[in-house]
Design a protein around this ligand. Structure first.
Ligand code: AGP
Length: 612
């Protein structure tokens, strides 16, 4: 997704803006630009297609001076990643510059209207219509914020914008509707704006999250917040708790590898203070709904996207098996447009690492509109989804920078296990069964550490399969969602086509794909369906398929059948996904590296999909 930065204060802005954009690179982009208000009173814009190094080189040639400016990294939605389509976009006379994240749904209509009025467009973007609207709606003697507010009244769609103008200097106007935006409240008369806290954390921990419909005016004297319909509003100042080093690589070659190796710690953090050993239960302070209301829940709907949807599938197995609550999983993008059967006796759980995924946010709002209680399982504190749910469980996994989600996935599964325990011990789960689950949860960080020690071995295995054109991932029960997740990891970082399937489904068609050129990854831990999976492995071997199996320590009977194996420790069947996924994360990472792929910023992908 696009990244927005802005700075107004006593310091030179150009270097601060580019540094802020670098902190947002992980969001995914394909062009970038800045606009600075110069000492000559004019706006100076530099923008380039490609990565930030291109922009840096251009700025180094003729660094624009000035202490007020905006910057942008663009993830193309309308129009290819060219210099003309890069932001900022300017008004015809160059006196206004604007950057935008989101999609203007009525851009076509507005463009036609503006062109009929003689406006000449220089890009193919939807964004450009907004800067021309601001220009044409600016009444003589008026302020930038008034012109922006008037323009936004005509805009339909999702936006986060930042605007500067030489007509109203030393001021940035920002506005948010559907695309995240926050203010960084610095010391010494400086105020920043960013798409997320990573853009401002180097300068301040004090942030103000804007809500949908908000806009704000930033000057060296401070900031003022407004709502398009309500007028002046007050927004709370939050304190960011994580450090800058959390968004650095910490000695690892890539964020993805760093975050894979952070999982022992992130699992400790998601469980910290939430396990009740004696009672064999969980304590979830963020689940503020009453026990009576929880007892009244008749069904649960889990909804999310991508990897978070995979963790939701595991949650479905957990909640039905252990808490005996009818549960179903919906893609958020489907849920929001179907006519879901949801009412006040339904608990809808939305799962999101970023807390900004547009489809998941829309599903949340649809569920609330229908009277359901909505719970969040979210990593990013202060995110829109975290703030709009009725209650929830934060992952405390720290920022996840790599586009491919890894530590968030295992923390989501652990959080779902905690919530399952929380519900199950209020229903039918015995204290003894509860204690077993608590003990298994407590052992996870050490077990993940043990698996990570096989990193070198998995790197060697990756060399065998780095040129495979396709890969199948198969698992049963709790391992079926892991098969989906393993396939997604490989697809999104190595660009190899991969599919996840329930292992038993093979004989209903996909087995036709099996031959000596089709590697098959089996999740085959010793659980209730292990022997069925062994049979499926034998069916694949009988057709010359190559088999990589993730097995429990000591699965001697399999070691003579499969081509490669990775051994993991034993644990509770419901928690096995947290262990079986680790080798798949590493396998995808190493194959992608061998293929020369951009592991942290895979092509076409964004870390947080804030558009439909
Ligand atoms: C997973 O590796 C992908 N980056 C993607 O599928 C992601 O899980 C999905 O976009 C949902 O993101 P969220 O958890 O931030 O809502």
């Amino acid at each position: 997704m696009c990244g927005i930065v802005g700075y107004v204060g006593p310091r030179q802005a150009s270097g601060l803006l580019v540094e802020g954009l670098r902190r947002l690179e992980y969001r995914g982009y394909d062009s970038a630009g800045i606009t600075i208000l110069g000492p000559d009173g004019d706006l100076h814009t530099v923008k380039r297609a490609g990565k930030l190094d291109e922009l840096d080189r251009a700025i180094a040639v003729d660094r624009p001076a000035g202490t007020c400016g905006i910057g942008h990294t663009r993830w193309a939605t309308h129009g290819p990643p060219t210099r003309d389509n890069a932001h900022p976009h300017t008004s015809a006379d160059g006196s206004i510059a604007l950057v935008h994240n989101g999609i203007i749904e009525n851009a076509g209509t507005l463009r036609t209207k503006l062109q009929a009025e003689g406006v000449v467009f220089r890009s193919e973007t939807d964004t450009e219509v907004v800067v021309h609207l601001v220009d044409r709606l600016w009444v003589k003697g008026g302020t930038l914020e008034d012109a922006v507010a008037k323009a936004l009244e005509q805009v339909i769609g999702a936006y986060g914008i930042a605007v500067v103008s030489s007509r109203d200097p030393n001021k940035i106007v920002v506005a948010r509707n559907g695309s995240p935006l926050l203010l960084g409240v610095g010391n010494d008369g400086e105020v920043l704006v960013g798409s997320d806290a990573a853009a401002v954390i180097a300068h301040t921990r004090n942030v103000v999250y804007l809500d949908d419909g908000d806009y704000a005016v930033l000057t060296p004297d401070g900031y003022r917040t407004y709502h398009l319909r309500q007028g002046p509003v007050q927004r709370q100042v939050h304190r960011v708790t994580w450090d800058l080093e959390a968004i650095e690589k910490g000695g690892f070659e890539h964020f993805m590898l760093k975050e894979i190796f952070e999982q022992p710690r992130s699992l400790e953090d998601v469980m910290r203070g939430r396990l009740l050993e004696e009672e064999g239960a969980a304590r979830l302070g963020g689940v503020t709904v009453s026990d009576a209301d929880l007892q009244g829940i008749e069904r649960i709907v889990l909804t999310a996207c991508g990897t978070s949807w995979h963790s939701a599938l595991i949650g479905e197995y957990m909640l039905e098996e252990l808490a005996r609550i009818p549960t179903k999983v919906e893609y958020a993008s489907e849920f929001r447009y179907k006519n879901p059967v949801v009412d006040e006796k339904t608990l809808v759980i939305v799962i999101s690492q970023s807390g900004e995924t547009a489809d998941t946010l829309a599903a949340l709002r649809e569920a609330r509109r229908r009277g359901a209680k909505v719970m969040g399982i979210v990593n990013t504190v202060g995110s829109t989804i975290a703030r709009e749910t009725d209650f929830g469980v934060h992952l405390h996994a720290g920022p996840e920078i790599g586009v491919a989600s890894t530590k968030a996935f295992t923390s989501q599964v652990a959080a779902l296990a905690l919530f399952t325990l929380y519900m199950a011990r209020r229903r039918s789960l015995s204290i003894l069964e509860g204690r077993k689950l608590v003990a298994a949860l407590q052992a996870l960080p050490g077990q993940v550490t043990e698996i990570l020690q096989q990193n070198d071995r998995i790197r060697e295995l990756a060399k065998v399969y780095q040129d495979a054109p396709n890969v199948l991932y198969l698992g049963r029960g709790y391992q079926f969602p892991v098969a989906l997740e393993g396939a997604l990891k490989l697809k999104e970082v190595s660009y190899i086509h991969a599919e996840g399937y329930p292992a038993a489904e093979m004989k209903h068609g996909p087995i036709a794909l099996i031959d000596e050129n089709m590697p098959v990854v089996f999740l085959a831990p010793r659980d209730g369906v292990y022997h069925k999976v062994v049979s499926n492995i034998e069916e694949v071997k009988a057709r010359d398929g190559q088999v990589i199996a993730v097995v429990n320590n000591g699965a001697e009977e399999l070691l003579g059948i499969v081509d490669h194996f990775i051994q993991i420790p034993e644990t509770h069947p419901a928690l096995l996904p947290i262990l079986t996924v680790i080798p798949l994360q590493l396998l995808a990472y190493h194959i992608a590296l061998l293929r020369g792929c951009d592991v942290d910023q895979p092509r076409n992908l964004a870390k947080s999909v804030t558009v439909e």
